[in-house]
Design a protein around this ligand. Structure first.
Ligand code: GDP
Ligand code: MG
Length: 163
């Protein structure tokens, strides 16, 4: 079948924004309210004759303040079963969070390659801050901003290169 690129990451880093940005249209709900269960979003993407299915699993599980990691557990479980490439999203404006470290640790046991993506790197003044994500153990992060449309071509080329 078509290779699956599965988006994972803690809430609010911009997973759904990246999904819509790469898909080229608004499908996933951005800034979703917690506690809302909805279906997994997927979209077929073509780049220079190569195809992959992009999947946003965020917001699938029950979410509340006491159990933020429920959602992440669902994402990781789906990635373990289905991902050919994992797109691990982090947020340059907030830096390395404890939950990012948890996700990073879990992703170390996957066979699929992991591409770390530093979203919200809105302009070059944030480029230095994005370097700190290398310590999550998944290489240097690809700097992107869905808001400012930065880094889209680099990201797609990186993903296609891992298929
Ligand atoms: P998700 O919970 O990981 O799916 O995150 P969302 O896609 O719902 O985005 C969470 C918030 O981050 C929303 O308020 C978005 O508008 C905001 N956001 C997404 N991408 C960017 C970006 O590149 N720069 C900035 N500054 N904010 C962003
Ligand atoms: Mg989302």
């Amino acid at each position: 079948g078509v290779p699956q690129v599965v988006i994972v990451g803690r809430p609010n880093v911009g997973k759904s924004s990246i999904f819509n940005w790469l898909a080229g249209r608004r499908i996933a709900i951005v800034d979703d309210r917690p506690g809302v269960t909805r279906d997994r979003m997927s979209h077929l993407i073509e780049h220079e004759g190569r195809f992959f299915e992009l999947v946003d699993t965020g917001g699938m599980g029950h979410q509340d303040e006491d159990n933020l990691t429920d959602d992440i557990e669902n994402q990781i479980a789906f990635a373990i079963d289905s991902a050919d490439v994992v797109l691990f999203v982090v947020d340059t404006r907030s830096g390395v969070a404890t939950l990012d470290q948890e996700v990073a640790k879990r992703l170390r046991y996957l066979k699929a390659p992991v591409v770390c993506v530093a979203n919200k790197t809105d302009d070059e003044t944030f480029d230095g801050a994005s370097e700190e994500f290398a310590r999550l153990g998944h290489g240097r992060a690809v700097k992107v901003s869905t808001l400012q449309n930065r880094g889209r071509a680099v990201l797609i080329n990186t993903l296609v290169g891992k298929l």
